[in-house]
Structures are given as structure tokens and as C-alpha cells.
Design a protein around this ligand. Sequence first.
Ligand SMILES: *Cc1c(COP(=O)(O)O)cnc(C)c1O
Ligand SMILES: [Zn+2]
Length: 442
Amino acid sequence: MPSQLHCLNSACGAVYAIGEVIYTCPKCGALLEAADRDLKLDPDAAKRTWRERRMSNAPLDQSGVWRYRELLGFFDEREHCVVTLREGNTPVLDAPKAAAYAGLDALTFKHQGFNPTGSFKDNGMTAGATVAMRLGMRRVACVSTGNTSASMAAYAAAAGMTPIIFLPHGNISHGKLAQALEYGALTLQIEANFDQILALVRVLAEKTGIYLLNSVNPFRIEGQKTIMVEMLDQRDWRVPDWVVVPGGNLGNVSAFGKGLRELHALGLIDRLPRLAVVQAARSAPFYDYFHNAERAAFVSVEQPETLATAIRIGDPVSWPKAIHEVETSGGVVEKATEQEIADAKAVVGQCGIGCEPASAATLAGLKKLRAAGIVAADADVVAVLTGNVLKDPDYIFKYHTGALKTPWGEGIAANFGNQPVVLPNDAERIAAFIGERTGARN
Ligand SMILES: *Cc1c(COP(=O)(O)O)cnc(C)c1O
Ligand SMILES: [Zn+2]
């Protein structure tokens, strides 16, 4: 149980108590990780316990995060009051059409869009909100125009804390912002850009004692690592060859890598899957870094662009963790264009599954990794769909009607488009049209 906050800068190596309100190392500024480095458990007993909890009606057991609480070393059942909306419990789905599209024999999606607010941010937010309550916080804040604010607003509201959301003025995506408003978040539009607001909010947090639930928060990462634990539990601990995930701030891939390494060290799995991260082509600083032979410095992208707004990040905070996880797993980093992402998304839809644009980067990237021979046709692949199809209906409508354009004004072809059809009120003509289009008779 004695988790601590470890500074990840090996030259510093400072260690802090779990109850300290810090987000990065106060000595050197590096990222922190919450870890119990002495944890031991009996693999078979743990697997049995976790399976049995699926039959339980206790809130902790019903959560797809807290069910695996033995791995959440910061958590003490006697002290913490868990904030849960029964997050996790997301399905693994076979998708033969998507597999064929990528040139694979088979493909499984782990769909985090089935979460309470429709994205994997809930897996992390249940942990972040629980720690905030334990620390006695009344107000929590984040800077985000997307899924983080939707998720934080919901968990704060559920716990009786006040959610405060900071947005760059005039840069709002209405679908996700609507959720935050509905969950009652105090929503502040600041006349500054994303990075300036981030700096501002850190000052405000220090001044006012508001707790920050931004993506550097180490407890969110702990919650998100259970996505891999649940996935393996659902596969009876059969380790896939590859886990594919979109990359924005790179918190998710960092969480996956940490979770998988811990499972391996504890003897619950006998090897690590390789991690493949896919970025949007014009928001791909991690791709550039990974493929730069020297890797001297991490160069951020000044003006990141992509319609997949969840991965429109030019300066990803978790890159030092992410590069470690990708390298340790023998992984790769790929990038996909707007057209590739849009088409892949439509194919995920044709599987009856659907996802938001950022999630479809996984399938788009897989297709390229397969074509390059990096992923074998018979590889066992799990791609993580990060967000729900309903997050971005505007994008969908525009794609299918041929009206989707890149942020820099290029048209995106509706290669898998599906236009609505207007017909007169005439049964015969409608029947004839349906026959013509579907060819089926019954
Ligand atoms: C946040 C988010 C991402 C990016 O995840 P990172 O941890 O920032 O790399 C991808 N897809 C969706 C739907 C998201 O909400
Ligand atoms: Zn440090």
C-alpha cells in the first residue's frame, strides 16, 4: 500500500508522500509517478479475485478501475471514499471489416467510448477525483476544450466538488463543452492561448488551493493503466502482439506502458505487447522525435492542426514517459493524414461500432504499419478506441455529405460516404429505389 510520488528524472530521484499537493517535482520540475515499488501479489489469487468481483454489486467491484485496486497502491479502502460512475467495463469487440481494411486477419477494438462520459478520460478521472476528495479539495480545475473537461465536470459533480474549466476564448468545440455545461462546470473563457492558460492555471492553483486535474496529474495515469488490466482480464490474460493507441498529450500510452510493465513484473503476464502510437500528421511532434536518429531535443509543433481535436496537441506533456514506454515495449510511432483518419473512422462505423475522429487514428495507423510490414498480417492486435461516436456528430455529417474540409481548407473525399436521400411521398417509387439500392427482396 505505501505508494509514493517518485520524480522520474533519474538525476534527481526525489520521493514525496502521496498526500502532498504537487503535480510535478518541486525540486527539478520533472514528471512524477505514483507507484508502490515494493508491491507483491500472488498472480493466480489476484486474477481469481478480480474475476469474482465481476459478480459483486459493491460499487468498488462494479467499477472497471477499482476492481483492480490491488494495483492502485495510493488507494486505502479505510481512508478513501471512492468517486465512481462505474467507469471502465468497456467491451473488447471483434471487427472483421476493420481488420480487412488494415490488411489484418483479425482485429479487436477495446472501446473506451462506452464509458460514462464517453471517453477513456473517465478511467483516469475516477482516480483523480477520489484523490482530490481525500485531500479535502472543494474545487477542481483543468484546461481543456474536450473530453477531459466533460469527464472532470461529471466526476466533480458526482462528488459534490465544484468543477472549474478554463478554455481559450473563441476556441470551443460545442459537442464536448455541452457535457461540461450540463454537469454544472464553472466555465471560464480566457483571452489567451492554451499554453498561456496552462501557466496561468498553475499559478491560480497555488494561490487559491484549487486542485488541478490536468493530464500531468499522476493519479489519472494510475486509473488509466487499468484499461490494460481489464483488457487482459477479458482475454483470459492472453497477451496481444500489439496494442495501438492514438497519441495527443501521451498520457494514455504512458499509462498503458506502466500498467503492462507492472503486470509483467508481478508475474501476471509473461511478455509485453508492443505499443504503437498514432498521431495526426500535422500534430505529430512525438512521431518526429521518435524517428529522429539523435533525439537530442523534443521539438513541439507551434500550430498543431487536425480535425481530430482530442489529439490536436503540439506540446505533449507526457512525452518523457511515453518514449520510455514505447522503447521498453519495442514499439513504434506512426502518423496519419486527415483523409486517412476520416476514412478509417467510417470503416469503424461500418463495423457497427463507431468512434470519434481521434480514435480512428488507430485503424488508419495500423493500415500503414501493416503495409510497411511492421505489423504482420496474422498479428494479434488490440486497438484502443478512445472516444464515443456521438462526441463529434458534426464531423460525421460533413464527411458523409462530402462537406468535410481540413482546417487548412483542403477537401476530404467521402470515400466511404453515405448520403441521406430525399424522395417524394410515393410508395412505388420508394420501393423501386430501395430495390435498386439494396438489391434485396423479401
Ligand atoms: C484525450 C484523448 C486522446 C489523447 O490521449 P492522450 O493521453 O492525450 O495521448 C485521444 N482520444 C480521445 C478520444 C481523447 O479524449
Ligand atoms: Zn525531481
